[in-house]
Design a protein around this ligand. Sequence first.
Ligand code: GLU
Length: 561
Amino acid sequence: MNIIKLVIFMTNKELADIMFPNVKHDIEYYENLYPERNLKEGAVVSRFAPSPTGFVHMGSLLAAFIERKVPKQTGGVFFLRIEDTDGKRTVENGIGGIIADLKAFHIDIDEGVISETESKGEYGPYIQSERKEIYETYAKYLVEQGLAYPCFCTPEEIEEIRSVQEKKKDRIGYYGRWAKCKYLSNEERIERIKNGEKFIVRLNSPGNFDNKVVLNDLVRGRIEMPENDMDIVLIKSDGLPLYHFAHVIDDHLMRTTHVLRGEEWIPSTPCHLQLFKIFGWKAPKYAHLGLVMKIGEDGARRKLSKRKDPEAAVSFYHEKGIPVEAVKYYLMTIANSNFEAWWDQNKDKTYDDFTFDFKKMSLSGSLFDLEKLLNISKNYISTMKAEELYDELVTYTEEFDSEFHQILKNDKDYALKVLNIEREKKKPRKDYAMYSDIRKYSWYMFDELFEKEEKTYDFQNINDKDEIKNIVNEYFTNYYDENDDHETWFNKMKELAKKLGYADNMKDYKENPDNYKGNITDIATVIRVAITTQAQTPDLYEILQVLGKDSILKRIEKEYY
Ligand code: GLU
């Protein structure tokens, strides 16, 4: 018996040597090269592992945000690994784009890829295509153990197996009696390789489909699935691994403790658990995240799509000038359903102080609600000091609006005054959801923009041109004084209303509307629109104060309306 085993091992070894002529080390070498991490109990090691597609999708950003947060929370490590073994998903400068998106959202990495050409950390290489020799070493080990073999089947042969399986209504795949190359003798394998035949490397799965394996998912709890019995591909004909093998080898050697990934990977988990078991390694904890969904135009839930939804790309937030912090607060609300209540009670704290919990994640996928995100953003911008907002706006306009940028830079003091209208107050203005809204809602405060803008005036209730002129002339000739305080200013507005036959308060007006031409609001609206063109603006007194007499008089003299 022992002699037979020895003979098999010898031919396995011979086969392994001929399959992997370039492997220089054994697996012990790598086990020692990448030792257990010396971290405190409970520290989470987690990673973001995208393909180099050049950009980060909102769903991946959510994953990366959590993958960054949990190690921070536990004193662990977060690293970036690039999974480029599938050439189809690789684009030029694909790594740079991902790094830029992460940087834009201040998702910093402790280890991993930091540019197209550089990495940091002791557990690299962090780009899969640079780990070929490592994968080969572990595949070679499996061949030696009789747990992997070369497969010579052509795509046509695989297709043939599939069509027979379909006809017979059998499970589709390369397994059991269907796995032709599983039953070749080592002598034949060696012979065919020596003859130059191309091969891929398959797992010789020891699993039985009738057995069950259990995945204790951190988000979904216990999931029971049949054991894997597929002889899955470990290494493709180009020498690179498929996801399953790369995931197991990398996350073992990089000492990952938690794998967060999309729910589409749940069905493959039995195969991953089997690989961990074969090697005698501890599998990481898995958290499978639901897709990020949105309510479509037809009212039904659908996947947030890169093609249909501009808000799916993180570049959207950058281009619109939606503050990164607002997006991160929003992500936290969709990551954990209890965050909002916590935030309400802890207004002075940030999402960094909140403890994320996998169990509080939605199972059915998170619903992405741009309107809610913009509301968070409005609140966030409303709490910014004018100086802080100015700095952000200058940075934003430098890239996206050079004309406005120049205006802001030319007179910082004035820009600060404009930004400070109804700001740094108990009830600050909340109309800016993004930095690009600022020009949209306050262009009339800047003379250069006011001059050149195509203007439409909507005086609302008062349409008679002579009456409008009369109100404006009366006000600016006899009442307006830029040195008035708010109360005096308002009293004068009342006096003007009275003089011109308008009610100076709403109560009187409502009681006897027929006694008046209108009310004080109509008068204020005429002044507001004449100066700003807008019927809705922040506080008129503040606007007049900031604009100042010269600008105002210029606008009145020119009389654009
Ligand atoms: N590269 C895989 C993907 O993009 C990563 C899955 C994982 O995180 O393990 O789906």
